[in-house]
Write a protein that binds this ligand. Structure first.
Ligand code: ADP
Length: 323
C-alpha cells in the first residue's frame, strides 16, 4: 500500500534522512523509534507530504505521491497526521473541532460519530469545552479523535501519548490501537516510549542519525538486538566480553545482555561487588562492579553494599547466545 523508496532528505546542508526504504500493507502498524534528533518526525512529515523530496520516491498503491509542489492543500487526503502541536482551533468547542471535517448533510449521523469518538478517547464530558481550557493531554486526545473522524487509510502519530499521564495512557493506547486494527487503518507512530513500539506495533523501525539500523518485529528486535544502540532503546543493557561467558572462548566479541537476563549463581567468571540497589517495584536493579566495569542485573531483593556475588546469564539465554 505505502512504499517508501530510497528517501533522503535535508533541510539545509546537513543530511537528515539517508536512503530510507520500507513498505507497509493495509492495516499494518509500524513504530519508528530512535533517539531524539534521529529524524522520526521528519520522516512522518515527508510521508504526509509536507516537504518536497529531491531524492527518493513515495508510492501509494503503486501510484507516485507527488508532495507539496503538486497538492494545493498540504498533505495527502487519505492520510491523517497528528503532530506534536495538535493543530486544534482554539475558539470552537471540542465537538466542533472533532466534527470539522464531517459533513453537515446528515446531522444525526454527525452527532453520533462525534459521540463515538469522544468515548473512544475518554473525553465525553468535554464536548462543549474549548481547547484553550484543556490540559495538554486532553488536547492530545481531541487531536486523535479529530484525526479519526473521517477515517484515514493511514494515520501518522508523532509521540501520540507523550502528554497523557500514565494512569490514563494505558487504557487510551489499548483502545486506540484496537480501534485502528478493527477498522483496518494502517498506522505509523514515531515514539520514544518502548511500550508503544513493543506492544502495539507489527514492525519496528529503528533510526539512528537518519539511517535505518533495524526493521524487525518487536519480538525479534527486543530478543536479538543487533547493536547496543538498539538494545538501549529498551532500557539498560550490559556489554559482556564473550570470554567471560563461554569457556575456551578467546574472542573479543561482546554479548549484549539485559539486566533481567543475568542472575546470581554459585560460581562464575563474573564475580562482582555490589555498589547500589535500586528499587523498581517488582524487583531491584543491582549495580555491581568487576574491576572497573559496571554490571547491571535484577534481583528480587535488596543486596547490601560491598556484597560479593557471582553472576551469569540464565541458562536458556546463554544457550541462545552461544548459537
Ligand atoms: P526526531 O523526531 O527523531 O526527534 P526530527 O525529525 O525532529 O527528529 O529532527 C531531525 C533533525 O532535523 C534534527 O537535527 C533537527 O534539529 C533537524 N530539524 C528538524 N526540523 C527542522 C527544520 N524545520 N529546519 C531545520 N532543521 C530541522
Amino acid at each position: 500500500m505505502l512504499n517508501v523508496k530510497n528517501v533522503s532528505f535535508q533541510y539545509n546542508e546537513t543530511p537528515i534522512l539517508k536512503n530510507i526504504s520500507f513498505s507497509l500493507q493495509k492495516g499494518d502498524h509500524l513504530s519508528i523509534i530512535g533517539e531524539s534528533g534521529s529524524g522520526k518526525s521528519t520522516l512522518l512529515k515527508i510521508i504526509y507530504g509536507l516537504y518536497h523530496l529531491e531524492k527518493g520516491k513515495l508510492f501509494w498503491d503503486e501510484k507516485p505521491m507527488l508532495g507539496p509542489n503538486y497538492n494545493i492543500v498540504p498533505g495527502e487526503p487519505f492520510i491523517k497526521y497528528v503532530a506534536q502541536d495538535y493543530d486544534l482551533m482554539p475558539f470552537i468547542t471540542v465537538e466542533e473541532n472533532i466534527g470539522k471535517f464531517l459533513s453537515n448533510f446528515y446531522p444525526r449521523k454527525k452527532k453520533k460519530r462525534i459521540a463515538e469518538l469522544l468515548e473512544l478517547v475518554g473525553m465525553e464530558t468535554y464536548a462543549k469545552v474549548k481547547p484553550t481550557d484543556l490540559s495538554g493531554g486532553q488536547q492530545q486526545r481531541v487531536a486523535l479523535a479529530k484525526a479519526l473522524a473521517r477515517e484515514p487509510e493511514l494515520l501518522l502519530l508523532d509521540e501520540p501519548f507523550s502528554n497523557i499521564d500514565n494512569f490514563k495512557k494505558n487504557k487510551l493506547r489499548r483502545d486506540i490501537f484496537t480501534y485502528l486494527k478493527q477498522e483496518n487503518i494502517a498506522c505509523i507512530t514515531a515514539t520514544h516510549d518502548n511500550t508503544d513500539s513493543l506492544s502495539y506495533a507489527d514492525f519496528t523501525m529503528v533510526l539512528k542519525a537518519g539511517k535505518t539500523v533495524a526493521f524487525e518485529t518487536p519480538e525479534t528486535l527486543f530478543n536479538q538486538p543487533k547493536s547496543k544502540y538498539v538494545a538501549s532503546l529498551f532500557g539498560e543493557v550490559n556489554e559482556v566480553p564473550s570470554n567471560l561467558l563461554f569457556a575456551d572462548n578467546f574472542s573479543t566479541k561482546k554479548v549484549l545482555l539485559y539486566p533481567h537476563e543475568l542472575e546470581i549463581v554459585p560460581s562464575s567468571a563474573i564475580k562482582v561487588i555490589v555498589k547500589n540497589s535500586y528499587f523498581q517495584g517488582t524487583h531491584y536493579l543491582i549495580e555491581a562492579f568487576r574491576k572497573n566495569k559496571a554490571f547491571l542485573f535484577t534481583h528480587p531483593t535488596n543486596l547490601a553494599k560491598n556484597t560479593e556475588v557471582c553472576i551469569a546469564p540464565q541458562k536458556e539465554v546463554l544457550a541462545e547466545r552461544a548459537q
